[in-house]
Ligand binder design. Structure first.
Ligand code: NDP
Length: 775
């Protein structure tokens, strides 16, 4: 027992343990936990959950089977229509009640979270719990505002949500609050290591009168998660966790029509310029990499420091590391708690042991429990495995840079794209670089800021979809109404006619030039009654590679202003209008329909796209800090798209126009029944100042091209409006680089209705840029 006089003598911290009696009494009273299904406790075979800081068993919870998952999904399905039929205000009252419950029981929830995860009570009490309450408050407001502010959208249905162990209750809040606000019901699977706060929350939700079946919790390991993903009656899967499991879920849901959002791993850069406030940047780094023991998807795990200040910065950082207190997570004076499991300590230790860099570690750490010391590794090259792989522990790797350009190159040299921190006193530099960083979240002179009002989520292999803010809500809604089934693809056939004296077989359109197809094959194009209209090239995977390369090279387009893009789109409309009769006749020849109306509609659509090019604006989210979080739409990058057969010209300009308006480059597979409309369109592009490579057009079989375009690692998104059944293949192939997909699952898209919001949303990535202000 430490005496207070000893403490005065040494000025050492005394122990400041948080009381855990109430929580332990709750655990003891329960003993064994079942799942929460349809408002009732359902017991299953048990497994133990531990306190990683001590190894003690905290409780026994149930291992969810496929039958448990099925019962939970059925309960959620039964409850959903009534829940969605409540007014927004009634749902808002429920969410408000949940927020109040969280606040009233915040201390118990924080203690339980710390016991189950090993994170310091300082963090669970001051960060996790306030953010959990904030999420329910914020989304109570969203439920209230839904009808007025999300017209034409409704709940998706039953949502399967799978969450990790690093922020168990916070991830629950991030997923449950928006889902319930929008009228969905939920089956949630917590991580096997950390199920307890979800179970306490379910109890609080019941006490607050949440209707049964609206929130179901099934505990268990990865097999329970896989059963939830595989369940045929789940409408959406929302997942946070590792990229490996995220990829497996993408593959498992491919072609099923389940909506999917993935929030995956990261290796986020923490960039410090020579003019930064170094002490603040050091303090920020403590929060970036040692918050939650570095077990944070958006942890600032890669320090990139300007070489002029690198030595001084590292020295200050080491001095600060020496002051970090690692130990009992329930002690209020502890900075760094334990990792999630002893096996994780061993994993992290093995990674550190094999490094060739210079290792500096803070110490000492407790010898029992899953503790690992805060670690800095300097002198690594950017290609070093530790610079590339997510360590998911308290290990910071560091390298230096010389110029801002090099800093951006190093920052982007990763397969991940979740977050980035920028430290400089030069606001111009910060705001110039922020858009150039390939990440969903950028913090300027800050780190790890999160809020319900600000979109959170990544790009590249950090996943897709946003949580929080308006963007997050849309992921829990769908357009109202049932789509019509697409008629089966029927490509007219006929007799080839003799080519005229001047053969005009259109080639492919790649990099702004007509290109002969690699395979050297052509196919005939016939009208609905079999009249021969000409021939088009049959593209193959090599043509796709060339087209993607051309699109990737045209990256300058993504840096142009909306104003410039608008002018080019208007110009395209002007040139299309000059050839309106020719396009109308061609449409008629290929489809048998009167093309005049469609050409008019296409001109209208190009004008709409031009109009949006400089008006699809970001938002400044109302975050509760002194500062702003800007939600900035930015281009997705290279989009691969399969054109629709119905209203082929209107459909094509909708896709081309929206993609171009938002600054993307496109590789478009022409409609198979009306390819000549696409090949005629080159001339519109050629005469409208569209830079080469911005739009590339291939003709050929969608079924043939789909796996290659969707699987290409340099394609960032893949869309399909095709009548060929390629949705499954696209989603499966997209798992490679986790590109975003927008496919039709055999449903017709009504191109006559503008629905520009859907196109613009699909054509943009919302980047959240946090800029705190004040001294
Ligand atoms: P996982 O991705 O394995 O687990 C996340 C969640 O998915 C858990 O609930 C898990 O269940 C569940 N799950 C596991 N396999 C499947 C499956 N096939 N189908 C559906 N659900 C599944 O992460 P881990 O917890 O194993 O951590 C491993 C690594 O993942 C970490 O070291 C870190 O690199 C990364 N990670 C990233 C996180 C992030 O926030 N982006 C969070 C956590 C981890 P179960 O609990 O039984 O495993």
């Amino acid at each position: 027992m430490t005496d207070v006089t000893d403490i005065f003598a040494t000025l050492e911290y005394g122990p400041a343990p948080e009381a855990d009696g109430e929580v332990r009494a709750w655990l003891a009273a329960k003993g064994t936990f079942g799942h929460v299904i349809d408002g009732a406790q359902v017991m299953g075979d048990g497994f133990k959950t531990h306190n990683p800081a001590t190894g003690e068993v905290l409780a026994e919870v149930s291992q969810g089977t496929a039958a448990d998952v099925d019962a939970a999904v059925k309960a959620a399905r039964r409850a959903q229509p009534e829940w969605a039929a409540l007014s927004g205000h009634q749902r808002a009252r429920h969410l408000y009640a949940l927020a109040r419950q969280v606040q009233k029981h915040a201390r118990a929830l924080a203690v339980l979270e710390t016991l189950d995860t090993g994170k310091p009570i300082r963090e669970s009490r001051d960060i996790d719990l306030p953010l959990v309450a904030r999420h329910f408050y914020y989304h109570a407001g969203m439920a209230q505002l839904m009808a007025e502010n999300l017209p034409g959208r409704e709940a998706i249905g039953v949502c399967g949500q799978i969450i990790p162990w690093n922020f168990p209750l916070l991830m629950l809040a991030w997923k449950v609050a928006p889902a319930l606000a929008m009228g969905n019901t939920v089956v949630l699977k917590p991580a096997e290591q950390t199920p307890l706060t979800a179970l306490m929350f379910a109890e609080l939700a019941q006490a607050a009168g949440l209707p049964k079946g609206v929130l179901n919790i099934v505990t268990g390991d990865g097999t329970t998660g896989a059963a939830l993903v595989a369940h045929p009656d789940v409408d959406k899967i929302a997942f946070t966790g590792s990229t490996t499991v995220g990829r497996a879920i993408r593959e498992a849901t491919a072609g099923t029509g389940k909506a999917l959002t993935l929030e995956l791993g990261g290796k986020s850069p923490y960039i410090v310029f020579d003019d930064a406030d170094i002490d603040s940047a050091v303090e920020g780094l403590v929060d970036a990499i040692w918050f939650n023991g570095g077990q944070v998807c958006c942890a600032g795990a890669r320090l990139l420091v300007h070489e002029a200040i690198a030595d001084r910065f590292h020295d200050k950082l080491k001095a600060r590391m020496d002051g970090l207190r690692v130990g009992d997570p329930l002690d209020k004076c502890i900075d760094v708690g334990s990792l999630i499991a002893a096996s994780d300590c061993a994993r992290v230790a093995a990674l550190v042991e094999q490094t060739e860099g210079e290792v500096y570690q803070a110490g000492p750490v407790p010898q029992t429990g899953a503790f690992y010391p805060p670690t800095l590794i300097t002198g690594l090259h950017s290609s070093d495995p530790l610079m590339q792989e997510e360590i998911f522990g308290p290990v910071l790797v560091s390298t230096t840079f010389r110029t801002p350009v090099e800093a951006v190159q190093l920052a982007n040299n990763t397969r991940y794209g979740l977050a980035a921190s920028l430290w400089t006193e030069n606001v111009n530099l910060a705001l110039d670089l922020a858009p150039k960083l390939e990440a969903g979240i950028i913090w300027v002179n800050a780190t790890n800021l999160m809020d319900a009002a600000a979109g959170f989520g990544g790009t590249k292999e950090s996943g897709f979809g946003r949580e929080g803010g308006w963007a997050g809500l849309r992921a829990y809604t769908k357009p109202v109404g049932d789509a019509k089934k697409l008629p089966a693809l029927h490509i007219p056939t006929g007799e080839m006619a003799a080519a005229g004296p001047l053969d005009r077989t259109p080639k492919l359109y790649i990099g702004g030039k007509q290109a002969r197809p690699d395979g050297g094959y052509v196919r005939g194009v016939f009208g609905p009654k079999g009249a021969c209209l000409g021939e088009v090239a049959e593209a193959n995977r090599k043509d796709i590679r060339n087209a993607v390369e051309a699109a990737a090279k045209a990256s300058g387009w993504s840096k142009t202003s909306g104003h410039l893009r608008a002018q080019i789109l208007y110009y395209m409309a002007e040139n299309l209008s000059a050839r309106a009769d020719e396009f109308a006749a061609r449409l008629h020849a290929q489809t048998g329909q009167d093309g005049t109306v469609e050409v008019e509609a296409a001109l209208d659509r190009l004008f709409t796209c031009a109009a949006w090019a400089d008006k699809y604006e970001g938002r400044a989210a109302g975050v509760p800090i002194r500062g702003i979080a800007l939600g900035m739409p930015s281009p997705v990058g290279v989009i691969g798209a399969f054109a629709a057969e119905q209203t082929p010209l209107l459909a094509m300009v909708s896709v081309v126009g929206a993609a171009m308006a938002m600054g993307n480059r496109l590789v478009l597979a022409a409609p198979e029944t009306a390819p000549l409309t696409a090949t005629d369109f080159y001339q519109v592009l050629d005469t409208s100042d569209v830079p080469g490579g911005v739009v590339n057009i291939l003709t050929g079989s969608h079924a043939e091209l789909a796996p290659h375009l969707a699987g290409h690692m340099e394609v960032d998104a893949c869309w399909s409006f095709s009548s060929t059944d390629i949705s499954g293949v696209i989603e499966r192939e997209a798992a490679g680089n986790l590109k975003r997909t927008w496919v039709n699952y055999g449903q017709a898209h009504d191109f006559a209705a503008p629905q520009m919001d859907r196109f613009l949303e699909a054509a943009t990535e919302v980047k959240t840029i946090w800029v705190p202000y004040g001294e």
